[in-house]
Design a protein around this ligand. Structure first.
Ligand code: SF4
Ligand code: SF4
Length: 387
């Protein structure tokens, strides 16, 4: 019994017990998650490849949901889906798609001229605005791709808020991976100065304005560090060498070395133009991460461990995270008092039991599409185009 425990470590364990669900509840939620995944992914095709993918996804979804709810620990298994499923599977699928459909992972001028460059959700703020205002598609891919990605992103952000950045984004895995490699940061960064927190909002606005005026997606063309992995530009002219240098330097600083040394997700915190949009739209999302100030021991571990600078002393005193919270659950796992949990907006109602299955279902729904692309390639040598 929790109340009878005398030692400090036992007390801490008991404090954390409040985040766990019973075996029966965890199993029920896991089975329901598996059934929903089976229904969403398994219908419409009875080929053995499709059945195998469905079985794999259902198994992963059921197991992860069960263990998160039953153990009360979120972050480690979230990272299995976020880095392992999104990151690895997405990267393999996208690289294969580039190789098969355009012959190289390099984004060629031919692909640009043919309007066949794959669009990514990060482009939404500065590509959608010129399209809606001026009717101009400034990214070299079809308008249908813009709408497909826009609706997918918007739907998920309305459902999960900035949970998109903690559970769904198939680019966010990269700084997440490097931020989680070392046990302790070599350069400890706890709080981010106010100007640094405002920078991504100003940067997003700048990109929208410049893209709307010049009708060029300048972030993708000249800045995006993600291109060192997904779409390295062909380099022949001096100007292209200079832009390539920007991609590589930015990639190393914000995606690899910076996160490794600081244990913070620097690209997602300061550079990604989608982050401010996710945070602002996420304000109306019903799933919130809240701190019970009566239980809090004021140890500061949550502030220290948050990889996205989403708790500070002021927000902690008010029992909440900032709007940049990606609902990753790391602070919950680190808190010795078990004081942090997913709660329903405006209430103290715990909603971990609903948030976790939802996040896992949406993550795996997207992953299943990329698994399908890889299986298609292995079985036919062909691969369907992605939006
Ligand atoms: S406040 Fe907690 S849940 Fe939110 S991003 Fe930081 S560690 Fe993750
Ligand atoms: S980790 Fe944060 S919420 Fe938990 S006791 Fe320490 S200061 Fe309070």
């Amino acid at each position: 019994m929790c109340q009878l425990n005398k030692s400090k470590s036992k007390e801490a364990r008991c404090d954390k017990d409040r985040l766990k669900y019973s075996l029966a509840v965890s199993l029920t939620a896991a089975v329901i998650t598996g059934l929903i995944l089976f229904f969403l992914i398994g219908h419409g095709d009875s080929s053995s490849a499709h059945l195998a993918i469905t079985a794999f996804i259902v198994m992963v979804g059921t197991a992860i949901t069960f263990f998160i709810l039953w153990t009360g620990r979120v972050n480690l298994l979230r990272m299995v889906t976020f880095i392992g499923m999104d990151g690895l599977i997405f990267t393999i699928a996208l690289s294969l798609e580039h190789e098969v459909n355009r012959g190289s992972i390099l984004l060629t001028s031919q692909a640009l001229n043919n309007n066949s460059a794959p669009i990514c959700p990060i482009t939404i703020p500065f590509v959608a605005v010129p399209y809606f205002i001026e009717g101009k598609m400034i990214f070299p891919s079809p308008v249908t791709s813009l709408f497909a990605v826009l609706f997918m992103w918007l739907g998920l952000v309305l459902i999960l808020g900035r949970g998109w950045c903690g559970w769904i984004c198939f680019f966010g895995w990269m700084d997440q991976f490097f931020a989680s490699l070392l046990k302790k940061p070599i350069i400890p960064l706890e709080n981010s100065p106010k100007w640094a927190k405002l920078f991504p909002y100003a940067f997003m606005l700048f990109l929208i304005l410049v893209s709307a005026v010049l009708l060029i997606p300048i972030f993708c063309a000249y800045m995006c560090p993600l291109r060192i992995i997904y779409d390295p530009p062909g380099v022949t002219t001096t100007f292209q060498w200079i832009t390539a240098l920007i991609f590589v330097t930015g990639g190393l600083i914000f995606l690899v070395i910076g996160p490794l040394l600081t244990k913070k997700r620097l690209f997602c915190s300061f550079i990604c133009p989608l982050m401010p949009a996710n945070s602002i739209i996420g304000v109306i999302n019903p799933f919130k991460v809240k701190i019970d100030t009566n239980l809090c021991k004021k140890c500061g571990l949550c502030i220290k461990n948050c990889e996205l600078f989403a708790i500070n002393e002021e927000s902690l005193a008010m029992g909440k995270t900032t709007i940049e919270c990606a609902k990753c659950g790391k602070c919950m796992d680190k808190c010795p008092a078990g004081a942090i949990d997913y709660k329903l907006m405006f209430t103290d109602q715990r909603i971990r039991l609903y948030f976790i299955p939802l996040a896992i279902i949406f993550n795996l729904l997207i992953v299943s599409g990329f698994v399908w692309m890889i299986v298609q390639y292995l079985t036919t040598g062909e691969i369907g185009s992605i939006p």
